[in-house]
Design a protein around this ligand. Structure first.
Ligand SMILES: [Zn+2]
Ligand SMILES: [Zn+2]
Length: 466
């Protein structure tokens, strides 16, 4: 806590003024004025850790003010606080977007989402947006040296072969990845980048009035991704200076571009965070606290969805029925094509759903999971996230439309005299496809929400390597 020079009450960081402010007497102070204090010389800082009794998720503050609900699982519970210490990050980007601006950005997003439940648009619900500083790794690279490439250029009716060379002399700073296993990588990716030039030297005073999460993912986890990103950016720049040329890119890019890793530093970036809980699922919304970029899980209100689909389907059907060119033969072929498309959509959705449920593509989470397995030998059953996925698609409803399409093709080849077979077959195909789609729609909601997380004994701040 930083005491107010006027009245002694705790001050908080005021986003609009970018200064510390006292809510009781209105006194303000610049961050620079508190920077010289004792805290500044220490490499660690005092924090209060709040642990959720339901999911064991942990969030930190510099003060002791309690929170009455959990960010991770959305439970409305009083969180228990305990004192702890953590290593300071080296840099921070202070919040630039105020809560009011954040709520407006989110409201603009949900206004366009017609099928989203009304609850998610309720102003009282938006009040639950909380400011959190998330830990990030900030990677630095340099590239100095000559680059030799080959390329071709079309000149009229012949191809010109060229050898290209250029000098690289540059540095990359601010290539960043989130360092908390608790926050979904995908969600984080959606709201990055942050601007490296907004980085300030870290001071705990910036955290006053906000929450923070601590790093528990090693900086080595994203090193390769960061390097790939640097090389991709370099190629983009090379391409822009040799426009119109087809360049053959080298296979060992880092060697060709002299990409050298210069180090990773710990930083905290601002995020506005909102959690919605329904039954055993949660949906998250995040807004970049610097740029205002937004990403959200938007579940679908099934009643709204069916109503909307019906309103669209009826006029479409009436329109089709009045077309004289649609014969019974054509109808069954159209229905079969529709069925195959339905199957493809179903199949792709269930794949995506499975990857999301198990967080297969979340490197930070997988790193943590592996570590727990190594340390404890066995994952406690409650922490086995992969097995906790509650969404099971079932393959049978997915295959139904394929059976329908096959039946349709057989009827078309046999070419029966009576139109009855065509109409009967078409009806069957459509019923199969509809059954599959209904199943898909009822599961779509789970695509846009997540299972409630449960945390391992997750102690942050102890692995600030790099
Ligand atoms: Zn005061
Ligand atoms: Zn919780």
């Amino acid at each position: 806590m930083i005491p107010c020079p006027g009245c002694g009450a705790g001050m908080r960081f005021d986003i609009a003024g970018q200064r510390l402010k006292c809510d009781y007497c209105g006194e303000t102070a610049g961050i620079d004025e508190v920077k010289a204090g004792k805290q500044a010389r220490r490499s660690d800082m005092d924090l209060t850790a709040f642990v959720c009794p339901q999911c064991a998720g942990t969030i930190y503050t510099t003060g002791s003010e309690a929170t009455s609900f959990c960010f991770f699982c959305g439970a409305s519970v009083e969180l228990e606080g305990r004192m702890t210490r953590a290593k300071k990050p080296t840099h921070i980007i202070p919040f630039q977007k105020t809560k009011e601006e954040c709520k407006k950005i989110y409201a603009d997003l949900t206004r366009k989402a017609f099928f989203t439940p009304g609850e998610l648009k309720d102003p009282a619900f938006l009040e639950r947006f909380q400011g959190i500083y998330l830990p990030f790794w900030n990677y630095r690279f340099s590239q100095v040296g000559q680059v030799h490439l080959t390329g071709t250029r079309e000149k009229g009716d012949y191809t010109e072969h060229m050898s290209l060379s250029c000098n690289l002399n540059g540095e990359y700073d601010g290539i960043s990845y989130d360092a908390s296993s608790a926050f979904d990588d995908e969600l984080c990716r959606c709201i990055t980048p942050y601007q490296a030039d907004a980085l300030e030297e870290f001071h705990p005073a910036y955290l006053s009035g906000f929450y923070a999460d601590l790093a528990d993912v090693d900086s080595s986890v994203y090193l390769e991704d960061a390097e790939t990103e640097v090389n991709r950016e370099t190629e983009k720049q090379i391409l822009s200076s040799f426009s119109g040329t087809h360049i053959e890119w080298p296979s060992d890019k880092s060697r060709a571009y002299h990409t050298t890793f210069e180090g990773a530093s710990a930083a905290m970036y601002p995020v506005w965070f909102l959690t919605w809980r329904k039954d055993n699922r949660v949906a998250y919304a995040v807004v970049n606290g610097e740029t205002g970029k937004v990403a959200a899980d938007l579940p679908i209100d099934e009643k709204r969805f069916f109503l909307g689909t019906l309103l669209l389907a009826v006029p479409l059907f009436l329109l089709l029925a009045t077309f004289p060119v649609i014969t019974a033969e054509l109808l069954i072929v159209l229905a079969s094509i529709l069925s195959v498309v339905t199957f493809a959509v179903y199949y792709a959705s269930s794949k995506e759903l499975a990857a999301r449920e198990t967080r297969k593509n979340d490197k930070g989470y997988q790193y943590r999971l592996k570590k727990v397995q190594e340390d404890g030998g066995m994952i406690p059953p409650k922490a086995d996230y992969a097995g906790r996925g509650q969404v099971r698609m079932g393959i049978a409803p997915g295959i139904l439309p394929l059976i329908g399409a096959a039946a349709g093709m057989i009827i078309r080849i046999l070419n029966p005299v009576s139109d009855f077979f065509y109409y009967g077959g078409t009806l069957l195909i459509l019923v199969f496809a509809a059954a599959s789609l209904l199943r898909l729609v009822s599961r779509f909601n789970e695509l846009t929400t997540r299972p409630i997380p449960e945390f391992h004994d997750r102690e942050g701040g102890d692995e600030n390597g790099g």
